[in-house]
Design a protein. Structure first.
Length: 653
């Protein structure tokens, strides 16, 4: 069926709709024509999906009607026999899928069918164009909410007749999927929606099977839609013992809700098909979680961890949450109150026993039972991820590559489960360039006397590994975690710990590696020796730095910039500014390597000629190169380039 009751994409300018009492032929939008042509002419190995998508949309329409009737007691809608009907006419070569669900108004038909004004359509077109040989990948049809248009893979023409519950006039829509569609009033349309496919000839060129045959329809429904909670009926012809032909109405699906059945009675294939139904993803889920809550709060839950991230995982307006049922009565899609934002990739169903059928989102936010269910779901999902990490490492690596960045958001806003989230995390490390390490593995390798977990954030692993901040840690064999996701900047800044071991950025504050008391004494002595240079440089750079000091973290580089322990890192400041937040300017600390030849010669030169202005240029260049090494922004790039060119020219002459 059509994508009934969904919102059109808001970024598109609204079109002027045709009068509802007249027939009119309209052109598809350019994007819609492009999409339809790709669907019609693409090489698609499994055309059966068109029927699954029509049945799935019909089921959604029935859910929406039930919900509308609960909310609007004056809505005149018969809920006594909600069902989906499939009928075929072999002579006319038509297949019709009909439901008595919510239906659509005239404007909804124009917005949702005529223009394909759906969020993500542009991304779908991009992926279709990039597909090899223009073939439609099986996981693209449903993912972007355009399953209705897969009908044109098997049909030369599609006719849709619909009437929204509570309205008096219906709508008839028809198109061959080429460039135009016709929309007209349908006076006698019952509420609900029927989609009639005028099928292409049954030959090998168009498709391998005849979709007017009873056995083929039964096979598709059994495979894809057996769990739909409404009867899927089909008139079939039978001959009695006397050879007399009669027509019987048979139900094709079992209508058994998977989440109410014992796990040992459900086949893995059934779980996978159910996941595809609710997620519109054609790939198998990575993990299935079937759980039941008993006692004071009773519920069943069937959750899935996908095997790949959806295209809109990090879109602010992306829908998230699981489907909510109350005693097998559908309540709402995308129930955000049951799953926290950092687990937004989880798909599934939660069936609560004791909630009101008229529950609203406002009530859900305050309901104690919902809060209890949410806590249990979160604990179970995190436990499953941890189990996957220890027992099924290949699956875990797939999960972490797809969803690790999202999961780490929970370190910021879910203090109750922070330790459990840490137990599910893995990180790049200086210990092994080809593998990720867990925090327990890191702690098991900590050196004697080491009390902190050392980390360093940056835009890429390559940039971090070349950072001057790592020099002393590499030289002395201390392992450092390399964090490259933007979210890492935020949670590292919170001063968190794992197993009483605080996380310490090697680019912040003063670093004193354990067991080096002698070195500390030497460092204090050398700081006194360099005090004149340090004080002079601090004065020359006072607009940009709060302090110039000798470094304990450098072994080969002449200088580096570090952030004070109480200040935000430059990367975090840039991130917050990009989000529109005001961030007060923060001065960095410049650290010098007293063993580097450049620093030693600068000290000697300053001692001999303290008023030499050319030394100021060297100081600015030293500070600028330290900034660039950390991916920072130069305060005056043009001046830096001019100073560098002049210094190179002097060197060559």
């Amino acid at each position: 069926m059509a994508p009934q009751g969904e919102e059109p994409e808001t970024s598109r300018e609204p079109e002027a709709h045709a009068p509802e009492d007249s027939a009119v032929t309209r052109e598809f939008t350019a994007e819609a024509r492009q999409l339809l042509q790709l669907v019609i002419h693409s090489i698609y190995s499994n055309k059966d999906i068109f029927l699954r998508e029509l049945v799935s949309n019909a089921s959604d329409a029935l859910d929406k009607l039930k919900m509308a009737a609960y909310r609007d007691k004056d809505l005149q809608a018969d809920l006594s026999d909600l069902h989906i009907e499939i009928s075929v006419d072999r002579d006319a070569r038509t297949l019709t899928v009909r439901d008595n669900g919510i239906g659509m108004s005239h404007d909804e038909v124009v917005d949702l069918i005529g223009t394909i004004a759906r969020s993500g359509t542009g991304e779908l077109l991009r992926q279709l164009k990039e597909a090899k040989d223009n073939a439609i990948s099986p996981d693209l049809i449903g993912q972007f909410g355009v399953g209705f248009y897969s009908s044109f893979m098997v049909a030369d023409r599609v006719t849709l007749v619909t009437r929204r519950a509570g309205q008096t006039q219906g709508v008839r829509w028809e198109s061959d999927g080429q460039g135009t569609y016709t929309i007209a009033p349908a006076e006698d349309a019952p509420f609900g929606t029927s989609v009639t496919l005028h099928l292409k000839p049954a030959d090998d060129e168009n498709h391998l099977f005849d979709y007017t045959s009873e056995w083929k329809i039964r096979e598709i429904i059994k495979r894809y839609s057996d769990f739909i909670p409404y009867p899927i009926r089909m008139p079939v012809k039978r001959k009695d013992s006397d050879g007399k032909e009669t027509t019987e109405i048979e139900t094709l699906n079992s209508m058994k809700a998977l989440w109410t059945r014992p796990r040992d009675e459900v086949k893995e294939e059934e779980y996978h098909e159910f996941y595809r139904h609710i997620s519109h993803d054609w790939t198998d889920p990575l993990e299935t979680i079937h759980m039941r809550g008993e006692g004071a709060v009773e519920y069943e839950a069937l959750l899935f961890l996908p095997s790949r991230a959806p295209y809109d995982l990090y879109h602010a307006d992306a829908k998230r949450g699981v489907q909510l049922y109350v005693k097998r009565v559908f309540i709402m899609d995308d129930c955000e109150e049951l799953i926290p934002p950092y687990l937004r990739f989880v798909k599934g169903v939660v069936d609560a026993h004791d909630l009101s059928l008229n529950v609203s989102r406002e009530i859900l936010q305050q309901d104690r039972q919902v809060q209890v269910i949410r806590k249990r779901l979160v604990r179970k999902v995190l436990g499953t991820i941890k189990e996957m990490m220890t027992q099924r490492p290949e699956q875990y690596r797939t999960f972490w590559a797809q969803f690790g960045r999202a999961l780490k958001e929970g370190l910021i806003n879910d203090a109750d489960n922070r330790q459990a989230i840490f137990e599910c995390c893995s990180f790049a490390s200086t210990h092994d360039s080809s593998a990720l390490v867990t925090l327990p593995e890191y702690i098991s390798r900590m050196k004697e006397g080491q009390t902190s977990i050392y980390v360093l954030t940056g835009e890429s692993r390559t940039a971090i590994e070349n950072s001057p901040h790592l020099e002393a840690f590499k030289a002395k064999g201390y392992e450092v975690l390399l964090l490259t996701d933007p979210v890492d900047e935020v949670w590292v800044d919170l001063g968190l710990s794992f197993e009483d071991k605080p996380f310490q950025s090697v680019a912040r504050g003063q670093i004193d590696l354990p067991g080096e008391e002698t070195t500390k004494q030497q460092h204090e002595q050398r700081s006194e020796e360099f005090s004149g240079l340090l004080k002079w440089m601090a004065g020359k750079l006072e607009k940009d730095v709060k302090e110039v000091r000798l470094s304990t973290r450098l072994t080969t580089s002449p200088a580096c910039v570090v952030t004070d322990a109480a200040d935000m890192t430059p990367a975090l400041q840039r991130m917050l500014r990009a989000m529109g937040q005001e961030v007060p300017p923060t001065k960095l600390i410049l650290e010098l390597n007293p063993d580097h030849a450049l620093v030693q010669k600068l000290r000697e030169a300053h001692a001999q000629r303290p008023d030499d202005e050319s030394l100021v240029d060297i100081v600015e260049l030293l500070y600028g190169t330290a900034l660039l090494a950390e991916g920072g922004d130069l305060p005056d790039p043009a001046r830096f380039a001019r100073l560098l060119a002049d210094r190179l020219a002097t060197t060559l002459s």
